[in-house]
Design a protein around this ligand. Structure first.
Ligand code: FES
Length: 356
C-alpha cells in the first residue's frame, strides 16, 4: 500500500522561496519559477519570459532546477559558475527551492496602465529617434526602468527604457530612444509618421536596472540605443549629488552613431566627483578626422579610470548581448566583483521588434 501510494498518490508540492521579497509559493507541475511567481503576484523582475534578456536572473541558494533552455545562451560562464539561473527557464525539481534576486529594487513603483500619444520625434542619428510621448497622467518610475508600448497594429508590446531621470511627482511627458529595425512593424510605423495621433498603451514601469547604493567608483558602458537607461541613472545620480568617481564609456560604430553628447556633457559638468566620458568607435573609417578611441568599448575600462581600486567598483551596462558578455569578462578580469556588475541586455526579443 505504501509503495502504491508513493507511485500513484498525489505528487509532493514544489515550493519556491524568493528573497528579498519574502515570498513563498507553490509551483504547479510543469510551470517555471517565474510563471508561478507572477501568478502569485510576486514582483519578480522579468522581461522577455523566453530566456533571452537575463532580467529574471537569480541565484539558486538551495534545491535543484531543470532548465527548459540552456542558461548559457544568456548568462555568462562566470554567472553560471557563481550559481545564477534564469527563473523563466527554471522548473524546480525538489520540494523546496530557494532563490535570491540580488540587488532587487524592492521599492520600485508598481506597474500601471497608461494611454499616450506621440508628442514629438527628433532624429538623433540616421537610425535612432528621440521619441516624446505624452501620457494621460504622470508615471512614477525608477531611473533605469522601462515601459511596454503597444497599439492595435502590433501583436506584441515593445519595451523601451525611459531616457529621463524620474521626478518626485511623476512624469507625464517621457522620452525614449528608438532604433529603426528593418521591417519591424512598430518602428516602420513610427519612422514613417503613421503613429501620429494613434493612442498607444503604455504599461510600466518594469525592470530591475537601477543605481545601487554604495560609494565605490562606477564603470558605465552603453552600446547603441542602450544609452537611455544609463542616462536616466546618471542624470538622477547627478541630481542627487552622488559622490562617486564615474567612467562612462559609449560604444558606437562610427562618429555619426554618437548622440546625446550635450546631455552627457551636462551630466559630466554637474557630477559631484571625477567623471570621465570616453566614446569608443568600432567601425570608424581609417583616415577619418576622429582622434578618439577606436576598437571595442569593453577594452577601454582601465584607460577611462586608471589607478582604481576595482574591488570596490560597480559595473553598469546597457546594450547588445555580445557587448554585455564581453563587458562582464573585462570587468571581472580587472577585479570588479561579479555581484557588483548590473546590466540590461537589449536583445532581439526584448527591445527590438522582429514581428508584428
Ligand atoms: S525574463 Fe527570463 S531571460 Fe528574459
Amino acid at each position: 500500500m505504501g509503495i502504491f501510494k508513493s507511485l500513484f498518490g498525489p505528487k509532493e508540492a514544489k515550493m519556491v522561496q524568493v528573497a528579498p521579497f519574502g515570498a513563498r509559493y507553490e509551483v504547479p507541475s510543469g510551470q517555471t519559477i517565474l510563471e508561478a511567481a507572477l501568478a502569485n503576484h510576486v514582483p519578480f523582475p522579468h522581461n522577455c519570459t523566453v530566456g533571452t534578456c537575463g532580467s529574471c536572473k537569480c541565484k539558486l541558494k538551495s534545491g535543484r532546477v531543470s532548465a527548459l533552455t540552456d542558461f548559457g545562451y544568456t548568462l555568462s560562464q562566470q554567472e553560471i559558475a557563481a550559481g545564477f539561473i534564469l527563473a523563466c527557464q527554471a522548473v524546480p525539481k525538489d520540494a523546496l527551492t530557494e532563490v535570491e534576486v540580488e540587488g532587487a529594487a524592492t521599492d520600485a513603483p508598481p506597474a500601471e496602465q497608461f494611454v499616450a500619444t506621440l508628442a514629438d520625434t527628433e532624429s538623433l542619428t540616421h537610425d535612432i529617434l528621440k521619441v516624446t510621448l505624452k501620457l494621460d497622467r504622470p508615471i512614477q518610475f525608477m531611473a533605469g526602468q522601462y515601459a511596454n508600448l503597444k497599439y492595435p497594429n502590433i501583436r506584441r508590446a515593445r519595451n523601451y527604457s525611459f531616457a529621463d531621470a524620474p521626478v518626485r511627482d511623476g512624469r507625464q511627458t517621457v522620452h525614449f530612444f528608438i532604433r529603426k529595425v528593418p521591417n519591424g512593424a512598430f518602428t516602420e510605423d513610427l519612422f514613417s509618421g503613421r503613429l501620429d495621433g494613434v493612442p498607444i498603451d503604455v504599461d510600466g514601469p518594469h525592470g530591475n536596472f537601477h543605481l545601487h547604493p554604495g560609494d565605490g567608483p562606477m564603470v558605465c558602458i552603453a552600446g547603441g540605443s542602450g544609452l537611455a537607461p544609463l542616462l536616466s541613472v546618471l542624470e538622477k545620480a547627478r541630481k542627487d549629488r552622488v559622490q562617486r568617481p564615474c567612467a562612462f564609456l559609449f560604444g558606437a560604430r562610427t562618429e555619426a552613431d554618437l548622440y546625446a553628447l550635450e546631455q552627457i556633457d551636462e551630466i559630466a559638468m554637474g557630477w559631484a566627483a571625477p567623471f570621465v566620458f570616453l566614446p569608443v568607435l568600432s567601425h570608424e573609417p581609417t583616415g577619418s578626422a576622429w582622434k578618439g578611441a577606436r576598437g571595442w568599448v569593453t577594452e577601454f575600462i582601465t584607460d577611462a579610470l586608471p589607478d582604481t581600486d576595482w574591488a570596490k567598483a560597480e559595473g553598469y551596462m546597457c546594450g547588445p548581448p555580445g557587448m554585455i558578455d564581453a563587458g562582464i569578462a573585462s570587468m571581472t578580469e580587472i577585479g570588479i566583483k561579479l555581484e557588483s556588475i548590473y546590466y540590461d541586455k537589449f536583445t532581439d526579443e526584448s527591445h527590438i521588434a522582429k514581428m508584428p
